[in-house]
Design a protein around this ligand. Structure first.
Ligand code: ZN
Length: 186
């Protein structure tokens, strides 16, 4: 059992790191945002919190998951060259219409502020999703063939296949191919 949610920020963009709070989609599909406090922890880890905000509520978590799955489905549509579902677009647009997080310089650091911090964080994520899903990066959305993580390929040649070498997905597949080759009967 995980005590600390195992959050990773390697998808190349906040909206897809958000999508990846469901790990191993297509197989176990482990949701790392299980309870409202997980959302508080993730927002802080993602740098999308305002400091002393009220804790997330069960309804916030519901809204969050709804937005996350809408972004996921649109990402899958982009990968498959399919059109977006209008209901998913409506959901993303609705969140993006909320006032986003606003930065302010305090001393040498940036502090985010918002009247409604969680709605604002979701608005910021929705805006990022819109940028990813509609810009040139739409062609760069990838699904890791090993762990099903969604990410945007920011490499210059645009040939990144695996989520990240740090997680070992590319290496795991290489080892498997190597073993398969050597186990084949002559
Ligand atoms: Zn992977």
């Amino acid at each position: 059992m995980l005590i600390e949610p195992n959050f990773a920020f390697i998808a190349g963009t906040p909206a897809l790191c958000f999508v990846d709070t469901v790990a191993d989609r297509g197989r176990l599909a482990t949701d790392r945002l299980r309870k409202p406090t997980d959302l508080d922890i993730w927002l802080k880890a993602a740098g999308l919190d305002t400091g002393g905000a009220r804790p997330a509520s069960p309804d916030d978590l519901l809204q969050t998951r709804e937005l996350r799955e809408a972004i996921y489905r649109c990402g899958m549509a982009a990968v498959g060259g399919a059109p977006f579902d209008p209901a998913d677009i409506a959901c993303i647009n609705r969140h993006a219409q909320q006032p986003p997080l606003r930065p302010r310089i305090e001393g040498a650091t940036v502090v985010l502020q918002a009247k409604r911090p969680i709605e604002a964080a979701l608005s910021t994520l929705a805006a990022d999703a819109i940028a990813i899903l509609t810009g040139s990066s739409r062609q760069r959305i990838r699904i890791c063939p090993e762990c099903a993580m969604m990410f945007v390929d920011t490499s210059r040649p645009g040939k990144r296949r695996w989520c990240s070498s740090a997680t070992g997905c590319g290496n795991r597949a290489k080892v498997r191919r190597h073993r398969a080759k050597h186990l084949q009967p002559e």
